[in-house]
Design a protein around this ligand. Structure first.
Ligand SMILES: C[S@@+](CC[C@H](N)C(=O)[O-])C[C@H]1O[C@@H](n2cnc3c(N)ncnc32)[C@H](O)[C@@H]1O
Length: 323
């Protein structure tokens, strides 16, 4: 009987106690804030998948369009025997475009994500669909440094794939620190293929984060449900509302949960008071111009090999090489 192939799953997920400190610190800060990584419990990951298919959420279909039309060119630039390392891999949908174009050029795939169940499911599906590929999934928080484990196979070149404009969720100085850590992991001549959402008409941006079906609102509010379930909080979810708007002074979409009136919430035995209309800042999504992002990457020691955009110039997929 043929042995069933399984992916390696390395679990570096931070313990809940570590995150509890971050949650309490955020909720007692002025203004109140929570880290966006908290969105991604099982339900949050499912809701994000639904967001990707919304008509207003141009990001996913635009990036997929760019990747699909440039896949052969990307495959030629990556060369043979590559190890693909994907940060924030989610359902691993976009890597398939690269794997299909790379054919046997890809020897290994290392998806890294904080959402354990969706990571494990996605890794199993990739393993089933690409029988020759070695898959080693890492459940980790990429805002902490993630070292590559010893892999039981050889490869010529590591390539980091970071799609979805997830880089936009970092403050620009954090994005720089993150890019530097990627450069250190890749080392000289390593490649970064990254998706970056570009500056555009605020009406398009505002619609993308305020969809008519209310899925993004549910994704944002799910964070409170998660705090109730996993952090012994007693938020009444209906007492908060989703708020998302483009802030042109900061070049980002700000996402908040807004208290509808004065209220007190208990979490981990601590009382948190909210004044009317006070918000918890849950996410920023920074938008860049191609030049701004190229400059940021150059400060991290990377030079652009090739940058692709869609015809509207709403989104860029860029290939950088570490110097
Ligand atoms: C915006 S979604 C993008 C998903 C997918 N890459 C795409 O392009 O559609 C962000 C992904 O990063 C993961 N994620 C968010 N914060 C993370 C963190 N601090 N460490 C590891 N993964 C994280 C989420 O679970 C989610 O899968």
């Amino acid at each position: 009987m043929k042995a069933k192939r399984t992916s390696i799953l390395l679990d570096l997920h931070p313990a809940l106690t570590n995150i509890t400190g971050e949650v309490l610190q955020g909720l007692t800060a002025q203004p109140k804030k929570l880290p966006p990584k908290l969105f991604y419990d099982d339900r949050g990951s499912q809701l994000f998948e639904s967001i990707c298919d919304l008509p207003e959420y141009y990001l996913t279909r635009t990036e997929i369009g760019i990747l699909t039309s440039s896949a052969q060119e990307i495959a030629a630039l990556l060369g043979p025997e590559v190890l693909l390392i994907e940060y924030g891999s989610g359902n691993s949908r976009k890597i398939r475009i690269l794997l299909d174009a790379l054919k046997h050029q890809a020897v290994g795939y290392v998806p890294i994500d904080i959402s354990r169940e969706s990571l494990a499911d996605a890794a199993s599906l990739i393993l089933a669909d690409y029988p020759k590929l070695k898959v080693a999934a890492i459940c980790a928080d990429y805002t902490q440094s993630v070292a590559l484990p010893a892999l039981p196979f050889t490869y010529r070149k590591p390539v980091v794939f970071f799609p979805g404009s997830t880089i936009g969720n970092f403050q620009p100085h954090e994005a720089l620190a993150f890019l530097k850590s990627v450069a250190a992991l890749l080392q000289k001549d390593g490649l970064l293929l990254i998706g970056v959402d570009l500056k555009k008409d605020a009406r398009v941006l505002n619609a993308a984060y305020n969809d008519a079906q209310g899925v993004t609102a549910e994704f944002n509010l799910n964070l409170l449900r998660r705090l109730n379930r996993e952090f012994q909080a007693d938020f009444i979810v209906d007492n908060f509302r989703h708020l998302a708007f483009y802030n042109p002074h900061r070049n980002c979409i700000e996402m908040h949960l807004q208290s509808q009136f004065a209220q007190t919430v208990c979490i981990g035995g601590k009382k948190i008071t909210f004044s009317p209309w006070e918000t918890i800042h849950t996410e920023d999504s920074f938008k860049y111009s191609v030049d701004e992002f190229t400059q940021l990457a150059s400060q991290a020691g990377m030079v652009p090999e090739r940058i692709w955009t869609d015809p509207n110039e709403w989104f860029a997929v860029a290939l950088f090489q570490v110097q």
